[in-house]
Structures are given as C-alpha cells and as structure tokens.
Write a protein that binds this ligand. Structure first.
Ligand code: EPZ
Length: 417
C-alpha cells in the first residue's frame, strides 16, 4: 500500500491546473448506456473511480477504445449484460448510476447494492422508489438490487432528501421512458445540470435542470454523447484551501469560479485573499486567519465534499469555528487524525467545535475516505515536521496526480511504496 510523506511548513506557490470533474464524468459514462453508437468523452480525469466505471461498462458489454489519457471512446450498442457485479460496485458507490440506464435500455438490471462507506450508510432507497414509480418491479436479493420493467413510464416523483445521484439516475431513466416525468426536490449540483445538458445534446427533452423541479419528456432513442468534461469544483476548492493553509500564493487555472462561489465566499470571510478571474482564481493565504462557521448544504450551499478540507484550515484560525455536517451521518473521520497533529476539535453529534491553535505538528496518519484524505494532506502541508499518510488509495479515487501537482507548487511531498 502506498504512503505519502510530507515535510510541512512551506508556502505553496505557482500555478495548478484543475482536471475534469469526477462527479460529472461518472453519470455521463453511465448515460452512454442510453445511446447507440460511438460516444466520445474528452477532458476525462484519470482517477480510480473513472477506471472502475469503465471496467463496469466493459463487464456490461460495452466496447471501449483505449485512448489517450483524457479521452474515452466507447460504444454500448451491444451491451446486453444486465449485471453489475459486487466486486466492482463494492469499491464504488456511484456504480448504482447504471441502474436507471440498464432498466431503460434492457428492461432489466441486477446491480450489487453499494456497500456503505466510511462516511455513512449511503442508501439508495430513493433511487429504487423513483424507478418503482416509473413502473419497474424492484427487489433486493442476496445483496443485489434486481429490477425488471416492460417499458418505463413517466411519473411525478418527490425526493424526500435531495440526492445527487438519485436525481441523475431518474433523469437518465426518464429520458427514454414513455411520457412525461417530473422530479421534485431535485438536486441542483452543476454535475446534474451538465448531465441534463449533455443528454439534451443527444436528443433528450429535459427542462428545469438547476432548479428543484426537473421535467423530462421521454424520447425513443438518443444519439451518441460527445462532450468535454468540465473542471472539478471540489479539486479546485481543495487547492484553494491548500494555498490558504500554507500561507502561499497559488493561481488555480481551468476552473469555473461560479461553481466554487460558496468556497470563495467562506475563504474571504476568513480573511483569505481570493481574486476571481474568468476561468482562474488566485488565492493568497495571510498570517491572519479568522475563525468562521460553516454548515454543509446541497448546492449552491457549502459543499459537504469540502467540509473536511475546510476544517483542516480552521484548526489554524484565530478563535472558535463551528462546522455542521448536515448531509452525511458520519463525515468526521478526519477529526481524530487532525487531533493527533495537535488540533483542538470537539464533536457533538453532527457539529464540530474547532478552537484555533498556533501550529500543527506532523504525525503518522491514516486516510479513511476520499475527502478526509485530502484534509490530512492539507494539514500535513501546514504542519511542522514530517507526516506519513497511509491508505492513500482513497486519494487516488478522486484526485489526479495530487502529489505531482503539489510538488510543482513547491511542496516537499513524495509517494513511497
Ligand atoms: C454525491 O453522492 C457525490 N458522489 C458525493 O461525492 C457527494 O458527497 C454527495 O453527492 C453530496 O453532494 C457522486 O456524485 C458520485 P446523495 P450521492 O445521494 O449522490 C441520503 C465525493 O467525495 N440518501 O446526494 O451518493 C444520503 O444518505 C463523493 O466525491 C438517501 O437517504 O449523495 C445522504 O445523507 C462523496 N437515500 C444524502 O441523501 C437515497 O436513496 C445525500 O446523498 C439517496 C441518498
């Protein structure tokens, strides 16, 4: 298992280029099941979750032309296998995104129930209820979700909880259903809007994306997808915080400032100097960092995927910061590790109270989930002395070459076997 070794205490300086958005490309890859012909995706981030999704599509029968690092060409016309196997799904929850497309394409699906993960149970009850409301018969058997339907039908479905992949799954299924579907309390994340726009380019009839009510008029078929994946707002936010926590000066290139607005505003509230340009953001961290509160919320609120990274920053602020995690039931796995570096954090249910300290000290750390790992890397970059982070495969799920990008910014970081 690889480890990452970091000598902290150096300000990051220079330019970092943001890669394609993991959470945008995963639903688009699943959506290729809805089309017939050669799909071409550019700007694809080569992260582990993308490799897993491609393996999954291959196991369903898709023909994937191996191509250059950021381009994928695949044809799912002859994908006839309805089964998404446990060994693939168990490593990536987003595999559940093939459920809707398989029911739309084949009228049947057998998808292993995604295991829970460190941050919570991650149920897909809303995905299932939505597909049942479209006429599918869905049942659980031996850890698999089984679905059969003789033609999906349009429906009116209300999400009890805002669900990003739930919205994506039902939107994809509804694209080829008979009649009209209305999704209420739908997710407004940019990745959901992007999926709707790309499906529309392939002939779907979707309106209202980006609002909490999305309307889909089913069509009989969709043309192949051709698109360029937009930049990853969570990767961008992570590097913005890296600049702030190391009191550095970093230009984040190839990002969409509007997508990271909640993060920009929160950093500015903490007295971090953030300059927003058309497609880049410059972040300079000063010596004075105000303690600010944050509460995670579906887009356009403060993103839960940035909560752990922001908490690392607040451990070095002046004063007390209160961070509430309102989306997931257990997304504080980074707290114990940060405390081992000298952070002063106390937990009360879904609330963390952080009292700023003068400095953190390097330590041996263990990554538990994707964003908690990023939080530990940021803390280690700012800490005095050496940190060694194990189980870094979590980082590889969602960040392209993190240690290379950080080294290019002057960090003393290396990956060791
Ligand atoms: C997506 O997960 C992202 N993953 C997550 O990013 C992100 O943290 C999350 O949205 C919230 O923004 C992808 O897009 C691949 P949800 P998703 O369904 O869709 C509950 C990362 O770090 N819920 O919006 O799985 C659920 O338990 C990952 O890149 C149900 O109860 O999240 C959670 O409490 C981590 N029943 C809340 O809703 C359901 O059927 C939001 O979950 C579905 C969800």
């Amino acid at each position: 298992m690889d480890k990452i070794v970091i000598e902290g205490g150096r300000p990051l300086e220079g330019v970092v280029k943001i890669s394609g958005a993991k959470n945008a490309v995963l639903p688009i890859l699943a959506a290729t099941l809805l089309t017939r012909g050669r799909n071409i995706l550019e700007g694809v981030p080569k992260v582990r979750d993308v490799v897993t999704m491609i393996q999954l599509l291959k196991s369903l029968g898709a023909e994937v032309e191996s191509s250059s690092s950021e381009k994928i060409i695949l044809d799912t016309s002859c994908a006839e296998n309805p089964e998404a196997p446990y060994d693939l799904v168990s490593t990536m929850r987003a595999s559940c995104l093939v459920l809707g497309p398989l029911l739309a394409k084949l009228g049947r699906a057998r998808v292993s129930l995604p295991g829970g993960c460190a941050i919570g149970a991650r149920p897909i009850d809303l995905h299932i209820k939505g597909l049942e409301s479209m006429g599918a018969k869905v049942w659980l058997e031996q850890g698999y979700v089984h679905g059969v339907v003789d033609g999906l039908k349009g429906t009116q479905f209300y999400f009890d909880t805002v669900s990003v992949t739930g919205t994506a799954n039902l939107m994809m299924a509804a694209s080829l259903a008979a009649g009209k579907t209305i999704l209420e309390n739908a997710a407004k994340e940019p990745e959901v809007v992007f999926l709707a726009d790309i499906l529309n380019q392939s002939g779907a009839k979707i309106e209202g994306q980006g609002t909490d009510m999305i309307t889909i008029e089913g069509v009989s078929s969709l043309k192949p997808i051709e698109c360029r994946i937009f930049p990853d707002r969570i990767e961008a936010g992570t590097y913005m915080i890296a600049a702030a926590i190391t009191q550095g000066d970093v230009l984040i290139e190839n990002c969409i400032p509007h997508h990271v607005e909640p993060i920009t505003l929160k950093l500015q509230e903490a007295q971090v100097d953030v300059e927003v340009e058309k497609s880049s953001i410059r972040v300079r961290g000063g010596r004075f960092l105000s303690a600010v509160n944050a509460k995670t919320h579906p887009y356009p609120g403060f993103p839960t995927d940035i909560q752990a990274q922001f908490m690392a920053l607040m451990t070095l602020s002046r004063g007390q910061s209160i961070i509430m995690e309102k989306i997931f039931e257990n997304r504080f796995m980074h707290v114990a590790e940060l405390k081992r570096m000298g952070a002063d954090i106390s937990l009360d249910g879904h609330t963390a109270i952080i009292k700023g300290v003068q400095s953190l000290s390097g330590a041996r750390l263990m990554a538990t989930d994707l964003r908690a790992s990023a939080s530990l890397v940021l803390a280690a970059l700012a800490a005095k002395g050496q940190s060694i982070i194990s189980r870094v495969y979590h980082i590889d799920r969602g960040y392209v070459s993190m240690e290379k990008k950080l080294s290019a910014l002057g960090a003393r970081i290396k990956r060791v076997k």
